[in-house]
Design a protein around this ligand. Structure first.
Ligand code: ATP
Ligand code: ATP
Ligand code: MG
Ligand code: MG
Length: 879
């Protein structure tokens, strides 16, 4: 078997709304297509031997061992690959359980879908699962060392891309409060919230952390001085720049014992504590100087006591931890080396910051420390005796933390809060050395040794002993005090046709409220009045660009099928989801083969609508109205038929709807009805002659109304929104050419041709079509285009796109001709493959009072061709 394609989903998607992080592989089973697992000898036994923990997979039988039962009875390899990929990740410490497998319309080719925790690890798991299964098929076994290597690789991938523990903790706190977040591409920045309500963090630094305060904190001497000026207890000390100043400095500070450390160091590097002789002092000086960027060294009095870390967030002490340096306790039998090894076996310990605790390394610092205590690693430590292995208490060198939040003395609280305020940090980690944190520092000769910006949070949210403290929640509460918004309203629009038009109209309506609107369309991303990026921007990345923009107050997102299919939605939920219609288009692409599949795909948008929000659904389209069954939100319907029974029932139950009644766009709810505007007065509807535009207007008004936009704003917007070539190029752009009219429209599937036909039908003169479509459509789509054109037009020019998208030249035209002949064998038509020529010929041959309808490949080029002929002005058919 082989993997044909691997995709990574990151948002709500076709397969699941809840499980956003999914890998999809398109798997060709090749020779295994006809061989279920029970027909592959030795496969079942090999699988159970390799991955005995598969017994935990319930699968469809719904009980322990259920999946293995399926393997024994016979299931297809795609399904097995799915479970193996999940199990490999689970064994590597990333518990995952959601998966789906289905055969595509190509026999033997399967879509295998499974959850991941880490993207790279997920993709790796897919390859490893296929390799493992293939080996079981070929050799009835998978070597244990291979499996071990796979698991190690998976763990490594996960570690490499994991957020740091502090970041992860803050992000989890944000999630708990329903605040969305996303990683930005640079500097490990994380964005919390959307648009104008966003806040950034970088570990425990925030957008509120003042640069002056952060720089002050990283200058230990400056910090000490400013605290001292404020009467806060700090170590007595001085700074030296040259070795020959050392002796004098020691005398000034009051002699031994001393602490010698780099002026601008961190993580305890280069520090020597409890220096008691001149010789030690010189060695310590060299070490500190090497670790210091400025070569400057602090000479300080040594204060006796335990190390504490106090974290102050937004002016309040949130947690206090006592930190104990890496140590072991003797049992009267084991050597220190053995004790260290045993301590490191604790599953909570690991390398780096990713684990709760860090392993103790027997490095130079450890040997020095042992020497000072008169030990070697071979010493057998008497029972109950503590041997310290590091001088400082950093967790990152194997220390532990004990929560002391409940015992700190109130005066110390006050001092700590004052110190953080004086330095000016929103989040400050204070290093305090004091023999007893429950007594006032000033009574027991305790001092604030240092103030840290960006303090690590691990020791507080998961202390080795004592109560965990939710410092993440305190940080999130500082950034978002209760009842402040973190989100901007999101309106997402999908459907087969009319997305861009409706989306622009919705954006135009919201603009009337004076807000900055970010919106995405098929032609680009707009922020306020400006085009921020041109291109087909209807996917998740474009949505994220809007949501990352710090000025955006409302997001209106065209959400096309391609993006949902490729990587899922780019937002976690929307406030209003609009589905305009579902009709055959792009079928056969991306394993979406039927309109039902397509409807399922588009329903993702409304299924991701928040429970307080609205799903705006087309009541005239059964595939759309049926989506009401799947949504968690409230439902609002729009309909061109005032008597539509579904709408009538909905209204009678007090529901919200928009209908087209007596020529008016109306919003109705329960027993009241609001006439927004006569449709003919909205230029978009071309004098009320384009029914499908009225439908789009209904949807747009309803979406805006549901989101609380006042009806006055909606009226102004409807009256001023035009489908002009400038505002909406390629959408029903009508030009008055003097004797005749020309219409440029981007209709490109049967459903939109029909819509266009409903407008053309209302035209009095001759109607000439210039038609064609993208070559990647199916044969039957071109035939349908021919048939529909024969019904709509009096005369037709058939042309092809410059880019044939893989079709031989003339092929599409032939299919269109075939369609025409099926309906109107006598229709006057001509094939002119070159689009420019065809357009020219049609415009040249237009009779008085006629309408030339152009469905171009390039909207720009068609409009240019028309402009060369100097149209009178863009006409809006209100006559
Ligand atoms: P980190 O980045 O881990 O905070 P650092 O390199 O910034 O470390 P300091 O915080 O200044 O260094 O010192 C590290 C530890 O050394 C302190 O937490 C404390 O235990 C001890 N220490 C530092 N100065 C003194 C002192 N004057 N008296 C007693 N102990 C001290
Ligand atoms: P795309 O998938 O290309 O982005 P879209 O869904 O954004 O298309 P629009 O660009 O708004 O749709 O409109 C494209 C064409 O579809 C219009 O020019 C018109 O011919 C037709 N159309 C617009 N609205 C509707 C509708 N409600 N029903 C059917 N056809 C429509
Ligand atoms: Mg420190
Ligand atoms: Mg569009």
């Amino acid at each position: 078997m082989k993997i044909l394609k691997t995709q990574t989903l990151r948002g709500a998607n076709y397969w699941s709304i809840r499980y956003k992080k999914l890998i999809i592989i398109r798997l060709d089973l090749e020779d295994l297509a006809e061989r279920p697992s029970n027909e592959i000898s030795g496969f079942y036994d090999g699988l159970v031997e390799t991955l005995p923990s598969l017994i935990e997979h319930f699968c469809s039988p719904g009980c322990r061992g259920g999946f293995l039962m399926r393997v024994q009875e016979g299931t297809m390899m795609g399904h097995i690959v799915e479970h193996v990929a999940l199990e490999l990740q689970t064994l590597a410490g990333m518990p995952t359980g959601f998966g789906r497998t289905r055969e595509t319309s190509t026999p033997g080719v399967y879509q295998v879908v499974f959850e991941y925790k880490d993207e790279q690890a997920g993709r790796y798991a897919a390859r490893a699962a296929v390799r493992l299964c293939q080996s079981l098929v070929d050799h009835r076994q998978y070597p244990a060392e291979e499996l071990e290597q796979d698991l190690r690789d998976l763990q490594k991938l996960a570690e490499e891309s994991a957020l740091g523990p502090s970041t992860e903790h803050i992000v989890a706190a944000a999630e708990k409060r329903g605040i969305p977040w996303m990683p930005l591409t640079v500097r490990s920045l994380i964005q919390l919230g959307y648009g104008i309500h966003q806040k950034r963090i970088q570990a425990s630094l925030t957008g509120l952390s003042s640069i002056l305060a952060v720089e002050l904190a990283s200058d230990k001497e400056g910090t000490k001085r400013i605290l001292e000026d404020g009467g806060i207890p700090v170590p007595r000390g001085t700074v030296v720049y040259y070795l020959d100043e050392l002796e004098q400095a020691i005398a000034d500070v009051g002699g031994f014992p001393l602490v010698i450390k780099p002026l601008d160091g961190n993580h305890g590097r280069g520090i020597t504590i409890n220096v008691t002789s001149m010789q030690e002092a010189e060695e310590a000086y060299d070490m500190a100087s090497l670790e210091s960027r400025s070569r400057a060294v602090i000479i300080e009095r040594f204060y006796v006591g335990q190390d504490h870390r106090i974290i102050v967030i937004n002016g309040k002490v949130v947690a206090v931890a006592e930190r104990v340096p890496a140590h072991v306790t003797g049992d009267g039998q084991s050597t220190i080396a053995e004790l260290v090894e045993r301590t490191n076996q604790d599953p909570l310990r690991g390398s780096g910051h990713a684990n709760v605790l860090t392993t103790i390394e027997l490095d130079r610092a450890a040997f020095q420390m042992l020497e000072r205590q008169g030990y070697t690693i071979e010493t057998v430590l008497p029972e109950g005796e503590v041997c310290y292995l590091k001088a400082t208490a950093n967790l990152s060198t194997g220390g532990i933390a004990i929560d002391r939040t409940d015992v700190i003395h109130p005066e110390n609280l006050w001092i700590a809060e004052r110190a953080a305020k004086i330095v000016g940090l929103d989040i400050a980690g204070l290093d305090v050395v004091t023999p007893d944190i429950s007594r006032p520092m000033r009574e027991v000769d305790g001092v604030i040794v240092e103030v840290n910006a960006a303090p690590g949070l691990r020791m507080h949210f998961s202390p080795s002993e004592g109560k965990p403290r939710d410092v993440g929640a305190a940080i999130v509460d500082m950034l978002y005090p209760s009842d402040t918004a973190s989100r901007v309203p999101i309106v997402a629009v999908t459907g087969t046709n009319g997305k861009t038009t409706t989306n622009r109209l919705i954006a135009h309506i919201f603009k009337q409220t004076g807000k900055v609107i970010g919106y995405t369309t098929t032609d680009g991303i707009y922020i306020g009045e400006f085009l921020a990026e041109a291109g087909d921007t209807t996917g998740p990345q474009s949505a994220q660009m809007i949501l990352q923009d710090p000025s955006v107050e409302v997001a209106v997102l065209e959400t096309a099928r391609g993006g949902i299919l490729r990587s899922g939605l780019g937002f976690d939920q929307c406030d209003v989801g609009v589905v305009l219609n579902v009709a055959a288009d792009h079928l056969g692409i991306g394993d979406i083969d039927t309109v039902e599949d397509l409807a399922h795909l588009k329903s993702v948008v409304v299924e991701a609508t928040s429970p307080n929000g609205y799903a705006v659904l087309n009541a005239d389209d059964p595939l759309v109205s049926a989506m009401a069954q799947r949504v968690k939100s409230q439902v609002a319907y729009f309909s061109m038929e005032p008597e539509n029974p579904l709408v009538q029932h909905h209204i009678s139950q007090g529901g919200l709807a928009a209908i087209y009644e007596d020529g008016y766009i109306c919003i109705v709810k329960g027993d009241w009805c609001l006439r927004v505007m006569a449709a003919a007065e909205a230029p978009l509807t071309m004098g009320g002659k384009a029914p499908f535009m009225i439908a789009n207007a209904l949807a747009a008004c309803l979406a805006a109304f549901a989101q609380g936009v006042p009806v006055e704003a909606i009226r102004v917007a409807l009256a001023t929104f035009q489908a002009s070539a400038n505002q909406t190029p390629g959408r029903m752009n009508l030009f008055d050419m003097g004797d005749f009219h020309a219409l440029v429209d981007y209709a490109h599937n049967p459903h939109s041709y029909q819509a266009l036909g409903s407008f053309v039908k209302n035209w009095d003169g001759e109607c000439i079509g210039v038609i064609g479509g993208p070559g990647d459509r199916r044969d039957e789509d071109f035939i349908t285009l021919g048939r529909l054109s024969a019904a709509i037009f009096d005369r037709v020019y058939i042309k092809e796109d410059d880019d044939p998208r893989g079709r031989p030249r003339g092929d599409a035209a032939m299919l269109i001709e075939e369609g025409i002949r099926q309906i109107q064998p006598n229709l006057d038509y001509e094939v002119i493959l070159n689009e420019t020529e065809a357009v020219d010929r049609a415009l040249n041959s237009a009779s008085k009072g006629s309408l030339v309808v152009i469905l171009p490949e390039s909207v720009r080029r068609a409009i240019d061709l028309i402009s060369e002929r100097r149209p009178l002005e863009e006409a809006i058919a209100t006559q």
